[in-house]
Each structure stands twice: as C-alpha cells, then as structure tokens.
Write a protein that binds this ligand. Sequence first.
Ligand code: ATP
Ligand code: MG
Length: 245
Amino acid sequence: MQQKLQNKWVNNPQSLIVHEQKTSSSSHSINPLLLEAKGISHKFDYELFKNINLSLHKHETIAIIGMSGSGKSTLLNILSSLLKPNEGSIIYKQNNIYELKKSKLLNIRREDFGIIFQAHYLFRGFSAKENLDIATLLSTKDIDLKLLKDLDIEHVLNQGVGELSGGQQQRLSIARVLTKKPKVIFADEPTGNLDKETSSHVMDALFDYVKNNEAGLILVTHDETLASKCDRTFRVLDLKLEEIR
Ligand SMILES: Nc1ncnc2c1ncn2[C@@H]1O[C@H](COP(=O)(O)OP(=O)(O)OP(=O)(O)O)[C@@H](O)[C@H]1O
Ligand SMILES: [Mg+2]
C-alpha cells in the first residue's frame, strides 16, 4: 500500500491534494495574519482580476461569491499555491509562496494547506479508509474518529471509493483534508453535491475546525446563505474583489 501511494505521489504530486461556527465577527482584526494576497492580477483569454488584495487571519472564515465564470476557482487556485498569478504575491509565513523553492512550496501544500476542490480527487482503486491513510501517511497525523462520525462516513470506510455515493465521496475528501490538520483550508463549493441537511453538517465540521485550531478558511460558494455564516464575504466583480459584508 505504502509503495503504491509513494508511486502515485511521485508520478502525480497534485493528485494527493484533495480536492477541503461562524467565528467572532471581529476575529480578522484581532487575530494574527495567516495568508495575504497582494496586488493579484491575472488573465487567461480575458482579464479576470486587477490588483486584488485579501488577508485571512487565524480563526477567520471568508466567503467568495460571484457569477459562474467570474474567476472564483481561478482565484482560489492562485491563493492556494496551484497557479502563479501574472502579477502579485501570496504571502504565507513571511514569504511569497511563488518565490519559494519547489520543495518548500510542496511542503507547504502538503503540510499546511488543505484544498477541497470543486471536483474531488479520490483514489478510485482504494477503499475509503485507504484514502484517509494517505493523509496520515503524508502528515503523520492520526485519523480523527469524531470527525468521521460528524461527517457520517465512519460506516463506509471499508467500501471502495467507486461504491460510495457522490455526497459520501465529497465528505470523504473533506475528511481527508481535515485529517492532515491544515492551517489554511481552501474550499471550492465543498457542499455542491449535498442536500441541505448534510451540507449543514459538513459546513459545521469545517467551521468547528477553524474555531478549534489555529486555522482559517476561504470558501468559494454560490450559496449566499452559506456565505453569510462566514465572518466576511467578498464578491468577484468587474476585475475586483469587493467586500460586501
Ligand atoms: N486553465 C485555464 N485556461 C484558460 N482559461 C481558463 C482556465 N481556467 C479557467 N479559465 C477561464 O477563466 C474563467 C474563470 O473560470 P473559473 O473556473 O475561475 O470561474 P468560476 O467563477 O469558478 O466559475 P464557476 O462558478 O462556474 O465554478 C472562465 O472563463 C474559464 O473558462
Ligand atoms: Mg469554479
């Protein structure tokens, strides 16, 4: 199993990045800075952002909303080390992550950043439990049984990933992110496949994690009610990131 996983990691390191209660509304002003985006500009076929700034503090939850195609996932990729912007820097622990050596950047991605993608990337040939073992293997942290209960997946651990429902897969990929105890969670529509009640359990698990750990959350969502549970909400609009709440 370990050898298999190591091979996967070597062949495709990005494949191991899984696709991650309202804290006090003043947490961003009193808690230390975790991550800062400075002067971010980026374009693909057309310009998406111009001179965007954002700061995330410990115990803070930030929501990013905006129309489909406005660039939310792109911005999350930039913030989370996966896409170097045309201009600007992402400061984490006093360094611009895009100026770090590749090995250091990989370390941050593996140890400190928890990325929950819009489409989740589980290893389909493995069981649910083996997918969680990957996180413990890479981070030397234990699986948190309470977390599995909170996410209601403790009873499906021996099933193959292909035998899980879409929502169970999504919850498993969130468990895999939280298992490694990340400092910053980047979540792109993490509850997109879930019904309202399950979605609320999953978000509570994420909010509780941020409240009880020295962590922060940046959440991309279409759901304005969900966004309103975060400390601050921003909208991507007209090349800018506008703080709306
Ligand atoms: N790798 C890429 N190469 C070229 N264009 C891209 C790339 N990634 C995204 N885009 C384009 O950038 C724009 C923003 O895409 P992005 O996925 O960030 O939007 P989004 O706000 O997350 O949308 P949605 O709400 O539908 O998920 C789109 O027009 C998309 O086609
Ligand atoms: Mg998107």
